[in-house]
Design a protein around this ligand. Structure first.
Ligand code: NIG
Ligand code: FE
Length: 408
């Protein structure tokens, strides 16, 4: 057992509701606070001196200088296991080339599939662990990671096994997701429907058997999988016992509705979601995950985060870090920018990258600084927590704790 502190401010996020809009007055901020950690969990949070007298002879881990502390951040949507690089796609897109022209000149998702298939396991693991290291350096302590650049049995399992192996190289909490339904690969002979059947019969049983992932994702879009075939597929994955998340409404609306209908944990993207579907999402337990990194990478509009919150949805914000549409990877910068365009309060942004994002992953024991939660938190050298978003990512995290252990 130990007491960590004193912190100038502890922003606990305690008492904040799971859904809907939040005002900054609702934030619980403990001045001159401390956190008591026992066995990886939070035992007590409060005034530092009071905690010191309450827990006699407790070991103290002293925090030097003025620092504030927030719950460890959660990035609930990434594609950070990949080979190669798509800088040329980015340049071509900005030079006015269309999606089709980029794909025809060897870019697009298919190019990442080829690079990932061709990469050695060592290379994939090394770059994945480096990207995890970057996210942790930002204060992100839980990271969802998708497959989806393998797109056949051998390579999807290769990706998922590497994601599993990465857990041996980090104490960050990794949450793998099977995204074999990212796109029908060019070398698959058969229809979309047949490819989805192939995932159900050839890939997912092995994913289950080897315990590689509990979650399944699909990209529902004109250029990927169609609504009806996707719905059938998703319902069958539920029968197999998987949780569901969906790439929904990125360019065309309609698929967030399917996500809700099949009971998905989250519907992610939503840049093109129409008003009536915002209402539908808001009345469900499906988390609406905004991915501002994809809007910034593609030069597309942002997810209507303000409208979603006002309607009462559970809004999370994630990076979507991937080699194509979202190459930046800095969730704090992206969330801060989303806040300026969508007029989100500090409380809404912080909730979106902590406990609301955790809920999208089915994790309810992280994301708030309160008794019983895992002791995952991040500190910043400042006397005012508002500076974290105000600096739009340029104020670096000072210390990162996972399960009460200082890891940065
Ligand atoms: O979330 N929208 C589909 N999938 C990814 C992009 C992946 C890629 O371009 O490699 C996304 O934006
Ligand atoms: Fe994505």
């Amino acid at each position: 057992m130990k007491l960590i502190g004193p912190f100038k401010q502890i922003v606990t996020l305690s008492n904040l509701p799971l859904r809907g809009k939040l005002s900054d007055e609702q934030l619980q901020i403990i001045a001159d606070g401390g956190i008591v950690v026992d066995d990886g969990k939070i035992l007590d949070v409060g005034n530092f001196d009071a905690l010191k007298s309450r827990h006699e002879n407790i070991e103290i881990e002293t925090i030097e200088g003025e620092q504030i502390v927030l719950p460890g951040f959660v990035d609930a949507h990434t594609h950070i296991c990949f080979g190669g690089n798509r800088a040329n796609d980015f340049a071509m897109r900005n030079a006015g080339k269309t999606y089709l022209e980029i794909a025809e000149s060897g870019g697009g998702i298919w190019s990442s599939v080829q690079h990932t298939r061709n990469a050695s396991q060592e290379e994939l693991l090394k770059t994945l662990v480096e990207r995890i290291g970057f996210l942790v350096s930002l204060g992100i302590t839980t990271i969802e990671i998708k497959s989806g650049y393998g797109l056949d049995v051998e390579n999807e399992l290769k990706m998922l096994r590497i994601i599993k192996k990465a857990q041996d190289h980090t104490t960050a909490r990794l949450v793998p997701t099977c995204l074999s339904a990212h796109l029908k690969p060019r070398d698959f002979e058969g229809s979309n429907k047949e490819y989805l059947e192939y995932i159900l019969t050839e890939i997912l049983p092995k994913v289950k058997e080897e315990k590689l992932a509990d979650r399944v994702d699909i990209f529902i879009e004109k250029s990927a999988f169609q609504p009806e075939e996707s719905k059938d597929f998703l319902l069958k994955t539920t029968d197999l016992g998987f949780d569901i998340t969906v790439h929904a409404d990125q360019f065309t609306p309609g698929s967030s509705r399917i996500a809700v209908e099949v009971g998905a944990k989250s519907a992610d993207h939503l840049e093109a979601t129409v008003d009536e579907d915002i209402e539908f999402l808001a009345q469900s337990d499906t988390v609406a995950t905004a991915l501002p990194g994809a809007s910034l990478g593609l030069g597309e509009k942002f997810t209507p985060a303000r409208k979603l919150l006002d309607a009462g949805a559970i809004l999370a914000i994630a990076s979507d870090w991937n080699p194509g549409s979202a190459p930046m990877g800095n969730l704090i910068t992206q969330a801060s920018i989303l806040a300026t365009f969508e007029k989100l309060t500090t409380a809404e942004v912080l909730a979106g990258i902590t406990f609301r994002a955790a809920y999208a992953l089915g994790l309810e024991d992280i994301g708030k600084l309160e008794q019983g939660k895992k002791a995952d938190f991040v500190t910043f050298k400042t006397n005012n927590f508002q500076n974290v978003l105000y600096n739009q990512g340029s104020l670096s995290a000072e210390n990162v704790y996972i399960g009460g252990n200082l890891i940065k």
